[in-house]
Design a protein around this ligand. Structure first.
Ligand SMILES: Nc1nc2c(c(=O)[nH]1)N[C@H]1C(S)=C(S)[C@@H](COP(=O)(O)OP(=O)(O)OC[C@H]3O[C@@H](n4cnc5c(=O)[nH]c(N)nc54)[C@H](O)[C@@H]3O)O[C@H]1N2
Ligand SMILES: Nc1nc2c(c(=O)[nH]1)N[C@H]1C(S)=C(S)[C@@H](COP(=O)(O)OP(=O)(O)OC[C@H]3O[C@@H](n4cnc5c(=O)[nH]c(N)nc54)[C@H](O)[C@@H]3O)O[C@H]1N2
Ligand SMILES: [Mo]
Length: 762
C-alpha cells in the first residue's frame, strides 16, 4: 500500500489479487467513502486510451461546425497529433493573436499540486504563446468573490481565516446556518483533506449547548449530530428572512449600537430601507413570512433569541449560486454586525463555513507547493460562468464589477482539468457555443461530454498513475502521492504532453525550466522545507519526505484573522473596504448604478420563480456520492443510481399529486430542457422543491416526440445561463424551476460512459 491523496481524502492504495484496494488514512476520524470510486475507475471503459481527432476537423480543417458533440473520432499517434496541434496553435496566434485563445479552462482536476491541470495549461499558454483569455472567479463563489471585498474583506479572509471549528466547540451559543452545513460538502477540499473533523465538532458543540439552526429547503443539510432546529425556507428567500430578523432586533432596540457606530459604515441609509422609511415597506417578520413560507411568529421568536448570545452567521456557497446571489452574502454580514458579533471567538460572520473542508480550520505556518503560472500578456477576461455568452456574442459588451468590458472573439479553446458539461448551465446552449470555435482541445482521463465535443482529445493520466505532492494551506498533512499503477492505454501526464508541445513551439526551456516531474516535485517541496528550517523545525530533505510518505506541518495560532484584529482596533487594523469598516451600505456599489445590485443589501424578488407551467423549485446541489462529475462511473457513485439513473428527491405529497411512486422514472422539464431521473420520496423537505444533484454525465437523447433530454439526470439541462447580477456575473445554477411527470415511455439506455467507436478517416 502506498500513500496518495484526493480532494476527498488522504488514503493508501495498492493491488490485492488483481483488484485495487484503498484504505483511508488511519488518522482520519470520519473518512470519506468517495475514495471507493477509485477502485473500479482505474481501467474503466470510459477512460480515454489513445489520442483522438474529430473526423470533421480532420477532413475539413478548423472552423465552426454543428457536428461537434455528435461526430466520430479518428485515433492518431502522439507525434502526429501534437504536430497538428502545434501547427494549429501557431496559426491561431498568427492570424488572430492570443486574444483568440481561451485558456480559462475552469475545473477542479485532481489534488496533486504539480499536476494541477489548470496551472499546467495556463503556464503552457503563457510561456510558449505569450498568453490567453482567462476567466476570473469560480463556480463555487462567483457572486461572493467580487462582493465580499466591497463589504468586509476578501473571500480568503472571511471564509478561510476566520472562525474555527475549535472556537465553535468552545464558544458559540447559536449557529445560524443558511444553506446548512452538510457533511457531504465539508468532506471535500481542493488539494486534499486528512482529517474530517466537522461531524465530531458539531456533536461536541451541541453537547455543550450550542444551538444549530439550519435554514434550508432540505433537512439533510445538517447532520443529526448537530441536534438542530430546521427552518425550511423557500429557496432564494434568505435575504428577506435575514432582513426580518434584523428588523425585529432593531424594533426591539436590541441591536448593538456601540458596535455599529464603531465598526460599521452606512447603517443609517440601510436602516431607512429596513424600517420602510425609504420605500414604504417595513421588512418585518410579517412581511417576510409569506415570502419565506415560514410563520411570522417563528421568525420573531428566533430574532428574540439572538441578542446577547454568541451568534455565528454562516451563509453557504449555494445561496449565492442563484439570481441576486450577492444579496444574502452581504446581508449575512449585516445580520452579524447588527448583533455586534464580528471578530468575537466563535461569533460573527463566517461565509461558507461547512461547505468545504478548507473552512473552519487553522492555516499552515509554512508555504506549500504551487506551480508558477508565468505572465499573461492578454488583458481580456470573462467572469468564469460567462463562457457561452462569450463564445456566442464576440464583440458584445458586458458589465462586471462597475466596468463595461467586451467579449473577445475566441477561435480556439484549450481545456484541461475541468468539465464544462458538468459545471455550466443550459447545456444545449453550451453545445451551440462550442460549435462556434475553430478548434477545441481537451485533455481528459475519460470520455466526458466535454471530450466528446472536442476536436482534439488527448488522453491524460489520472492521479493514481503519477507522482505528486498533495497539500492545501488549511490542512497540516502534506502527502507524498506515490504512483499506484502504470498509465492506462497511451495516456500521458498533462505535463509531458505540454513539454512535447512546447518543444514543437520552441518554448520547452521556458515551460519546463529543464526539470522532469521528480525534479519539479523536489523544487516545489523546497519552499516548504526552507519554511520549516527558518522556524527551527525539523526540515527533512525531499528524499526523506518521499520515503516517509507524509509530513505534518506547523499551523498558525487561532487568532481570529482580520475581523478579530479589526474589532480590537478599528483604526489600527482597518478592513480593506473603502471606509475601512464593515460596509452596511456601499457608495461604491451604489455608484455602479446596477438595478440588480443596489447600494445596500435588499430583497430583490427573483425573475424566475415557480409558476403554473413550472411549479416546483429545482435544487441542483452538490452530489454526495462523488466530487462533481469526477469518477461518476466509479463503484460508490454507481451504487447510488437506480436503473442507471441519477436519483431525484421529492416530497411524497408532490409525488402523489403527480401519480409518482418511489423508484419511478420521472421526467423533469422546463423551457430550457428536460432530463430523466429516478424518484425518491422524502418528507424531510419542502413540498415545492425537487432536488437533483449535479454530477450525472450528460447523455443527450431524443424522446418519442423528438424532444431533447438527458437520459441520465444531469440537472444542468434545466438551469438558466444567467449571471447572478451585473456586479459579479456569477453562476446561478443552484436553483431553477421545473415540472415533473412520470415517464412511461420505453427507457433509453445510458450511453454516457460508452467511448466513441474509433473510425477511419475518409
Ligand atoms: N447546477 C449546478 N451546477 C454547478 C454547481 C451547482 O451547485 N449547481 N456547482 C458548481 C461548482 S461549485 C463547481 S466547483 C463546478 C465544478 O465543475 P468542474 O470542476 O468542471 O467539475 P469536475 O467534475 O471536478 O471536473 C474535473 C474534470 O477534470 C478531469 N480530470 C481529473 N484529473 C485530471 C488531470 O489530471 N488532468 C486533466 N486534464 N483532467 C483531469 C476529470 O475527469 C473531470 O472531467 O460545478 C459547478 N456547477
Ligand atoms: N460530496 C461533495 N462535496 C462537495 C462537492 C461535491 O461535488 N461533492 N463540491 C464542493 C464544492 S466545489 C463546493 S463549491 C461546495 C459547494 O457548497 P454549497 O454550494 O454550499 O453546496 P450545495 O450542496 O450545492 O448546497 C448546500 C445546500 O444549500 C441548500 N440550498 C440551496 N438553495 C438554497 C437557498 O436558496 N437557501 C437556502 N437557505 N439553502 C439553499 C440546498 O438544500 C443544498 O443542499 O461543496 C463542496 N463539497
Ligand atoms: Mo465549487
Amino acid at each position: 500500500m502506498r500513500p496518495h491523496s484526493a480532494h476527498w481524502g488522504v488514503f493508501s492504495a495498492g493491488w490485492r489479487d488483481g483488484a485495487l484496494v484503498v484504505r483511508p488514512h488511519p488518522g482520519d476520524p470520519d473518512p470519506n467513502p468517495l475514495i471507493e470510486n477509485f477502485t473500479t475507475a482505474i481501467h474503466h471503459r470510459a477512460r480515454v486510451t489513445t489520442p483522438m481527432v474529430r473526423r470533421g476537423w480532420l477532413e475539413r480543417g478548423p472552423g465552426p461546425d454543428a457536428r461537434r458533440g455528435e461526430d466520430g473520432f479518428v485515433p492518431m499517434a502522439w507525434d502526429e497529433v501534437l504536430d497538428r496541434l502545434a501547427t494549429e496553435l501557431r496559426r491561431v496566434q498568427r492570424e488572430h493573436g492570443c486574444e483568440a485563445i481561451f485558456g480559462g479552462s475552469y475545473g477542479w482536476s485532481s489534488a496533486g499540486r504539480f499536476h494541477h491541470a489548470q496551472s499546467q495549461v495556463h503556464r503552457f499558454l503563457n510561456t510558449t504563446l505569450g498568453g490567453y483569455v482567462r476567466s476570473v472567479n469560480s463556480y463555487s463563489a462567483g457572486a461572493s468573490g467580487p462582493m465580499l471585498p466591497h463589504v468586509i474583506g476578501t473571500m480568503e479572509e472571511v471564509a478561510r481565516r476566520n472562525v474555527t471549528w475549535e472556537q465553535i466547540v468552545e464558544h458559540t451559543d447559536v449557529v445560524l446556518a443558511f444553506g446548512g452545513m452538510a457533511l457531504k460538502n465539508s468532506r471535500v477540499a481542493s488539494g486534499g483533506i486528512s482529517r474530517h473533523v466537522e461531524r465530531d465538532s458539531m456533536r461536541a458543540a451541541a453537547a455543550r449547548g450550542c444551538r444549530f439552526v439550519s435554514i434550508s429547503p432540505l433537512k439533510s443539510d445538517l447532520p443529526e449530530e448537530a441536534a438542530f432546529e430546521w427552518l425550511p425556507a423557500v429557496p432564494g428567500t434568505d435575504t428577506a428572512l435575514m432582513l426580518a430578523l434584523v428588523h425585529q432586533i432593531v424594533s426591539d432596540g436590541a441591536h448593538d449600537r456601540e458596535f455599529i457606530a464603531r465598526c460599521c459604515d452606512g447603517w443609517d441609509s440601510f436602516e431607512d430601507y429596513l424600517m420602510g422609511r425609504s420605500d414604504g415597506v417595513a421588512k418585518s417578520c410579517e412581511w417576510a413570512a409569506p415570502i419565506c413560507g415560514l410563520p411570522a411568529a417563528r421568525l420573531k421568536a428566533l430574532a428574540r433569541e439572538l441578542p446577547g448570545k454568541r451568534v455565528l452567521v454562516v451563509v453557504s456557497h449555494s445561496l449565492q449560486r442563484a439570481e441576486h446571489g450577492e444579496q444574502p452574502v452581504w446581508m449575512g454580514a449585516v445580520l452579524a454586525a447588527a448583533l455586534g458579533q464580528p471578530g468575537l471567538p466563535g461569533g460573527g460572520y463566517n461565509y461558507a463555513l461547512g461547505t468545504l473542508a478548507h473552512y473552519g480550520k487553522r492555516n499552515n505556518a509554512v508555504p506549500t507547493a504551487a506551480l508558477p503560472q508565468g505572465d499573461n500578456a492578454v488583458k481580456a477576461f470573462i467572469p468564469v460562468a460567462r463562457i457561452s455568452d462569450m463564445l456566442l456574442n464576440p464583440g458584445q459588451p458586458f458589465d462586471y464589477n462597475g466596468r463595461r468590458h467586451t467579449y473577445p472573439h475566441i477561435r480556439l479553446a484549450y481545456w484541461a482539468g475541468g468539465n464544462p458539461f458538468h459545471h455550466h448551465q443550459d447545456l444545449r446552449r453550451l453545445s451551440e457555443a462550442f460549435r462556434t470555435l475553430d478548434t477545441f482541445v481537451v485533455h481528459e482521463i475519460a470520455w466526458t461530454a466535454t471530450a466528446r465535443h472536442a476536436d482534439i482529445v488527448l488522453p491524460c493520466t489520472m492521479t493514481l498513475e503519477r507522482e505528486d505532492i498533495g497539500a492545501t494551506p488549511t490542512d497540516p498533512l502534506m502527502v507524498a502521492m506515490h504512483r499506484i499503477c502504470e498509465p492506462h492505454g497511451l495516456a500521458r501526464d498533462d505535463y509531458d504532453i505540454f513539454c512535447d508541445l512546447a518543444k514543437r513551439l520552441g518554448g520547452l526551456e521556458a515551460f519546463s525550466e529543464g526539470r522532469d516531474t521528480r525534479q519539479w516535485l523536489a523544487h516545489l517541496y523546497e519552499r516548504t522545507r526552507t519554511g520549516l528550517e527558518s522556524q527551527g523545525l525539523e526540515a527533512p530533505d525531499f528524499q526523506s519526505f518521499w520515503q516517509r510518505g507524509e509530513i505534518t506541518l506547523p499551523q498558525r495560532d487561532d487568532d481570529g484573522g482580520i475581523l478579530r484584529a479589526f474589532r480590537n482596533d478599528p483604526d489600527g487594523a482597518r478592513l480593506a473596504t473603502p471606509s475601512g469598516k464593515i460596509q452596511v451600505s456601499s457608495p461604491t456599489v451604489a455608484g455602479f448604478g446596477y438595478a440588480d445590485c443596489p447600494g445596500h443589501p435588499a430583497w430583490l424578488p427573483p425573475k424566475f420563480a415557480p409558476d403554473t407551467a413550472h411549479p416546483l423549485w429545482l435544487v441542483a446541489n452538490q452530489p454526495h456520492t462523488k466530487l462533481h462529475s469526477q469518477l461518476d462511473f466509479g463503484a460508490h457513485s454507481q451504487a447510488s443510481k437506480r436503473n442507471g439513473r441519477e436519483v431525484c428527491t421529492m416530497h411524497p405529497k408532490a409525488a402523489s399529486a403527480r401519480g409518482i411512486r418511489e423508484g419511478d422514472i420521472v421526467r423533469l422539464f422546463n423551457e430550457i430542457g428536460a432530463c430523466l431521473a429516478s424518484a425518491h420520496l422524502c418528507a424531510d423537505m419542502r413540498e415545492d422543491v425537487v432536488q437533483l444533484p449535479t454530477g450525472a454525465w450528460y447523455d443527450p437523447v431524443l424522446d418519442a416526440s423528438n424532444r431533447p433530454m438527458c437520459a441520465h439526470g444531469n440537472p444542468n439541462v434545466l438551469t438558466r445561463d444567467i449571471g447572478t447580477s451585473s456586479l459579479a456575473q456569477g453562476c446561478a445554477g443552484q436553483l431553477s424551476t421545473v415540472q415533473v411527470e412520470r415517464f412511461d415511455e420505453e427507457l433509453p439506455p445510458i450511453r454516457a460512459y460508452e467511448p466513441p467507436a474509433a473510425q477511419e478517416a475518409c
